[in-house]
Design a protein around this ligand. Structure first.
Ligand SMILES: *Cc1c(COP(=O)(O)O)cnc(C)c1O
Length: 217
């Protein structure tokens, strides 16, 4: 019952229009089913193998989001069923998703991961790369990919002003993206520790794990 209770608390804290992705990575089927029974349908995982195994075992009306770094050679395993690939971090990965989407006759919803944290990180588009993508016609060349918006992670720090600044930068980029692509509708930012701030700064999708399922090992 703990999970259902915490899920309810998280839900109550979200304004209307903010989508909750319950991040179930490392958690077992029983935990996921407790959230499912409490009405949650969108779950996020960050490992392809774990995600596909859970998809196969668990109810078919679950919407699975891939939230972690995705290697190109694993795209094919997700394309048949994934609802949203968050964290697409390179044009090459976009092209691979398009190719596999064509083979599966599906159009795959994606978010572009933007590198907003001031700390170093290996993954994500930089501002400049995003601008390049916007000014080119890559999205138009990929009929089996639909870019729904942007995703980002703030620096893991107690410095609230820094986190706020990073989210604000991402919101600015999202607004820029919307000018070029008015069909986009998702700005995914905010996790257990910072989602309230993220929502204040304009997030409409939060990815929350430990506040629902408890700490991970
Ligand atoms: C693990 C993870 C989350 C959830 O983190 P919590 O702090 O447990 O809420 C959100 N987004 C991504 C990309 C993650 O890998």
């Amino acid at each position: 019952m703990e999970i259902a209770k915490r899920l309810e608390e998280v839900r109550k804290s979200l304004p209307g229009g903010v989508t909750l992705v319950a991040v179930s990575k490392t958690k077992g089927d029983a935990a996921i089913m407790e959230a499912y029974e409490a009405g949650q349908r969108i779950f996020g995982e960050n490992k392809v193998q774990e995600l596909t195994a859970k998809y196969e075992r668990l109810p078919r009306d679950i919407e699975w989001h891939m939230i972690g770094h995705l290697q190109r050679n694993k795209v094919k395993y997700l394309v048949p069923f994934v609802s949203l690939i968050q964290g697409v971090d390179s044009p090459r990965l976009l092209r691979e998703i398009d190719k596999r989407g064509r083979q599966a006759d599906r159009r795959i919803d994606c978010l572009l991961q933007v590198h907003i944290a001031e700390e170093d990180s290996k993954f994500g588009f930089s501002r400049e790369e995003l601008e390049e993508l916007l000014s080119g016609d890559l999205p138009g060349e990929l009929p089996h990919v639909r870019i729904r918006g942007l995703m980002g992670m703030a620096t893991f720090t107690d410095d609230q002003e820094q986190v706020r600044r990073e989210f604000r930068n991402l919101k600015t980029l999202y607004d820029r993206w919307l000018e070029a692509d008015p069909g986009a509708d998702i700005l995914s930012m905010g996790m257990s520790g910072d989602y309230e701030l993220a929502i204040e700064e304009g997030s409409n999708m939060v990815r929350i794990g430990s506040s629902i399922f408890g700490e991970r090992n």
